[in-house]
Design a protein around this ligand. Structure first.
Ligand SMILES: [Zn+2]
Length: 403
């Protein structure tokens, strides 16, 4: 069950002076390798999915595997949307299982960035989900991800950072202080003073994008100045690529399984190195006891219908399914009919919320209000409802807390 509240996870890291790795994954090999490294080193970890990588995999198809990996883990895990481009993509990510989202609207001006970020914060907060904003601009220089981030570095300023956090309400801030997306060229010059000033002004966990290629000392200094989350991908992709090259050239493999042999080890070795270097190794148990578990809530209604015929009941349910499925924080809408004809109640809705916060925001959401008041309640006079959390989900956490 160790899917936990990402805000609690990063707050712990921020207060204790270490950083959690947010590793972007692009395949099952990455997912398994990252989890292996986190389990081996007893580290909290963030499984990160970047919108810019969605061309490499089917987001909806990969997410159930990511969730399963998180749920069966013995170390604390959060699932994060990296570089989400719009409100729609943030809501989609939340509705299919991310419990943290990052907004990237740094390609627009400050006021627009504030506006877009604030709208995402409003929707995410209604689902209990923390948001990472970004201010300044981290460009790409070389490597797989570089071309996705054209242009020059724009440093984050203290004044803008303060105004941005105040007016958007973001929980974490990604800052630009000299790192680049992709591979570094030479040793990057980092503006530690700027980072320290931002940290003193904000007092919230800071995030660094473009960690590949930084030296050990550079990482330590970043973490000492408030960096609690490090985004890391290019080095993992390069390690996987080198492994394939070696299998092809040295081992003379030409089959898929031959060329990808040992690929997980090459990725997990690099993840392990980072987890030790950033101070996350060995923190799993304390993070688990200090963080709120991330638990879904099921909203169930059983009801009877009066005054309309069977075909109109069917279209009412279809309409409800369509409208309710798109409300932020709704993971799934299931409609059903009793098997027994003489059952006391004949119909049911089962609506899965990502988090207990959605119980309130769902009820007040205009699409729900409209459907419930105008279409559903007038014909469903007799009904019973319950919001519940599944016992299996929090039972292991309770055992852990009392141990
Ligand atoms: Zn980034």
């Amino acid at each position: 069950m160790p899917l936990i509240n990402m805000k609690d996870m990063l707050q712990h890291a921020y207060e204790r002076g270490y950083a959690v790795g947010a590793f972007d994954l692009v395949s099952l090999d990455f997912l398994q390798a990252i989890m292996t490294a986190a389990e081996r080193t007893r580290s909290p970890v963030i499984l990160s999915l970047a919108e810019s990588h969605f061309e490499y995999f089917d987001f909806e198809l990969l997410m159930p595997a990511v969730e399963t990996a998180a749920k069966r883990a013995s170390v604390p895990v959060a699932i994060h949307l990296d570089h989400g481009r719009s409100l729609d993509s943030a809501i989609r990510a939340i509705n299919i299982g991310c419990n943290g989202v990052m907004v990237d609207s740094t390609d627009t001006d400050f006021n627009n960035n504030v506006q877009i970020t604030r709208s995402i914060v409003e929707s995410a907060k209604a689902c209990g989900i923390p948001v990472e904003g970004e201010l300044g601009y981290v460009p790409g220089v070389e490597g797989e991800d570089a071309e996705r981030h054209p242009g020059e570095v724009v440093y984050t300023t203290v004044a803008e950072a303060e105004a941005f956090v105040k007016s958007t309400g973001v929980d974490f801030l990604a800052v630009s202080i000299g790192t680049v997306h992709g591979r570094m060229k030479g040793k990057p010059k980092l503006d530690y003073q700027r980072l320290e000033d931002i940290n003193n002004a904000l007092g919230i966990p800071l995030v660094i994008h473009g960690g590949t290629g930084l030296g050990d000392d550079q990482f330590r200094r970043l973490i000492a100045s408030g960096v609690a989350k490090i985004n890391y991908y290019t080095a993992l992709s390069d390690a996987a690529g080198s492994c394939i090259k070696e299998n092809a050239i040295v081992q003379r493999s030409c089959s898929y399984t031959g060329m990808t042999k040992n690929i997980q080890n090459s990725i997990s070795d690099e993840v392990e190195r980072c987890l030790h270097l950033w101070g996350a190794a060995g923190r799993a148990a304390e993070v688990l006891t200090r963080s709120r578990p991330w638990l879904p809530v099921e909203h169930v209604i059983i009801y009877n219908v009066e005054g309309i015929d069977e075909s109109r009941i069917g279209s009412m349910m279809a309409e409800g399914h369509r409208v309710l499925s798109n409300i932020p924080g709704v993971r799934e809408v299931v409609i059903g009919k009793a098997i027994k004809k003489d059952a006391v109640y004949q119909y049911t809705w089962l609506i899965r919320f990502c988090h207990a916060s959605v119980v309130g925001s769902f009820r007040e959401h205009p699409d729900h209000v409209n459907f419930a008041d105008k279409i559903f309640r007038p014909v469903a006079g007799k009904r019973v409802s319950i919001d519940f959390q599944t016992i299996e989900s929090f039972f292991p956490m309770r055992q852990l807390n009392t141990a």
